[in-house]
Design a protein around this ligand. Structure first.
Ligand SMILES: C[S@@+](CC[C@H](N)C(=O)[O-])C[C@H]1O[C@@H](n2cnc3c(N)ncnc32)[C@H](O)[C@@H]1O
Length: 269
């Protein structure tokens, strides 16, 4: 099932393949084929001085998998609101969650028309659970929550997932207000799963990469410090090991390569 928030422009009329888009660039970094020349060119320009970006994308997906597995498998969370879904790849949120609990219900949200097209075809649920896809901008949390309520029960715990997306809301006040609204809408026992680029490592390369991206006409992005990332979790209990480089959040093995994407999971008590 797919929904477009009323008032949003026709999704496919928004598809502009001449300008790089983050979902398609991310797809290229992850080795996918759902990208266009402008996305590949932008990616190669950035990779020329920041080859670490490939690892950031990869370890960020690893964090997603471990966080969802922990929440669905060990904690027993059955509902996930994944905003800034990205193009489907291996181990998408519903696959990891429904492997642990086939009855898990997942709502995906993204504003990229290509994600919408792929989501319709690929983000399909187990018979016991449910998946839904909302075509919307994260800057409209009220509309997202209203549409998500058709699939999720907001009286029961929900894991709100914001991986690699709040860096597109460059105004701090707006970014914190969005996350506050989403967290306020879910009951105690819910979780916030968030990852965000920082300049804690490879600072110069990150700065250059962001400047290049922001001058390209694509939607602008920003990095935030771990302290600024911590503010997204105000009022929540941040789970161990805290706000860490994505690979170091409860790693499965001993590969804890330091990447620019920082990640954390917080619990609403
Ligand atoms: C860097 S990718 C991250 C994808 C996935 N969450 C992951 O961690 O692998 C960012 C995603 O956020 C989406 N996005 C960016 N700005 C957005 C906005 N304002 N509203 C909704 N989605 C947005 C992009 O289309 C893209 O799919």
């Amino acid at each position: 099932m797919t929904e477009t928030i009323p008032g949003a422009a026709d999704p496919l009329s928004r598809l502009d393949t001449s300008v790089a888009h983050s979902a398609r660039l991310w797809n290229y970094l992850l080795g996918g084929k759902d990208n266009f020349a402008a996305d590949r060119e932008a990616a190669e320009q950035v990779l020329a001085f920041m080859p670490e970006l490939v690892e950031s994308a990869r370890y960020n997906r690893g964090f997603l998998g471990r966080a969802v597995r922990h929440l669905a498998g060990e904690v027993g969370v059955r509902q996930f609101l994944d905003i800034g879904t990205g193009l489907p790849t291996a181990d998408n949120t519903h696959e990891v969650a429904q492997r642990a609990n086939p009855a898990a219900r997942i709502v995906y949200v993204d504003n990229d028309p290509m994600v919408l097209v792929h989501a319709r075809a690929l983000l399909t649920s187990t018979p016991e659970g449910a998946t839904n896809y909302i075509d919307a901008d994260v800057r409209r949390p009220d509309a997202i929550l209203a549409a998500a309520a058709e699939t999720l029960d907001f009286d029961q715990p929900v894991a709100v997932m914001l991986l690699g997306i709040m860096n597109f809301v460059v105004d701090d006040d707006e970014a914190y207000a969005i996350v506050r609204k989403l967290v306020d809408a879910v009951p105690a026992g819910s979780y916030l799963v968030l990852s965000h680029p920082t300049k804690e490592v490879h600072a110069e390369a990150v700065e250059q990469a962001m400047q290049m991206w922001n001058s390209s006409g694509s939607a602008p992005i920003c990095s935030r410090t771990p302290e600024q990332i911590a503010r997204f979790f105000d009022g929540l209990e941040i789970l161990e090991p805290g706000i860490v480089t994505a690979s170091q959040w409860r790693p499965d093995g001993d590969d804890t390569t330091i990447v620019t994407e920082y990640a954390a999971v917080g619990r609403k008590n």
